[in-house]
Design a protein around this ligand. Sequence first.
Ligand SMILES: NC(=O)c1ccc[n+]([C@@H]2O[C@H](COP(=O)([O-])OP(=O)(O)OC[C@H]3O[C@@H](n4cnc5c(N)ncnc54)[C@H](OP(=O)(O)O)[C@@H]3O)[C@@H](O)[C@H]2O)c1
Length: 259
Amino acid sequence: MAKVDGAVWVISGANRGLGFELTKRVLEASDSTVVVAGCRDPSAADDLKKLSSSNGSRVFIVQLDVSSPDSVQAAAQQISQDVGQVDVLINNAGTVDPCEPAMVLDISKYSQVMRVNAIGPMDLTQQLMPLIRKGKGQTIVNISSIIGSHGVLEQTLTSDGKASESPFNSWQMAYRCSKSALNMQTQVLAAELKTHGYKVISIHPGMPESDMGQETSSQTGLPTNTLQESATGLLKVIHGLKPADTGKFLDWNGNAVPW
Ligand SMILES: NC(=O)c1ccc[n+]([C@@H]2O[C@H](COP(=O)([O-])OP(=O)(O)OC[C@H]3O[C@@H](n4cnc5c(N)ncnc54)[C@H](OP(=O)(O)O)[C@@H]3O)[C@@H](O)[C@H]2O)c1
């Protein structure tokens, strides 16, 4: 096992997009922090490999497909052997496909989105819990989305219950339901762990200009923000978390998002 002086962060979906940006910035913020970077295909994770070679022994690349219980279990065992503790878990891996409305949505694809965005994060959290208990950070961050918010959807409905012209109405059915489920998991887990001082939150990262953000922007016409803006904001919020914040749904600027 590696000798670890600083905090250990585990970030899923760390090979590209927001996960990669978070990995870079966590490493930049402290010389002693270690990042376990989860990705589905380490052999193709060229950017992560470069980051790993320029950061000595502070990046551990771990094969992790959050939709596969075998992969999650193997990753947890690997993390236990490599670093032996977890201070901050960022459940970042996510998928938006398919973007279909409810009545035409392919049910098997819906099931897969739920697996990746909701069930996978719960599985990973459960499997890593023994290592989180050994760490000092006691922080679990679920990267969610404002479009999984019931409150925000309600605000886009007119008073007679008909949908307004919001580009998000009736769209991305699978994605929004999966993020709503993730949000409920945040609340339930926060309640379960409350007496132990854990910080469990959901957070909306804005619309970072990752592959997902660019696709969403091209379909809705809504503006993106840079990966750097999202990652910097998220890390500021995460570093400032206190046990009293557990169970909250925040955005990357630290503002509360309605459930
Ligand atoms: N960008 C936005 O506009 C936006 C807005 C709100 C919330 N979010 C959330 O932010 C998080 C990061 O998204 P992003 O914008 O960086 O999207 P992205 O560019 O599409 O990246 C998604 C990441 O998740 C990984 N992933 C997908 N399925 C996986 C699985 N089964 N197991 C493990 N990893 C998997 C991908 O790995 P591969 O390379 O192997 O596919 C990739 O690393 C997601 O949870 C997303 O829902 C994004």
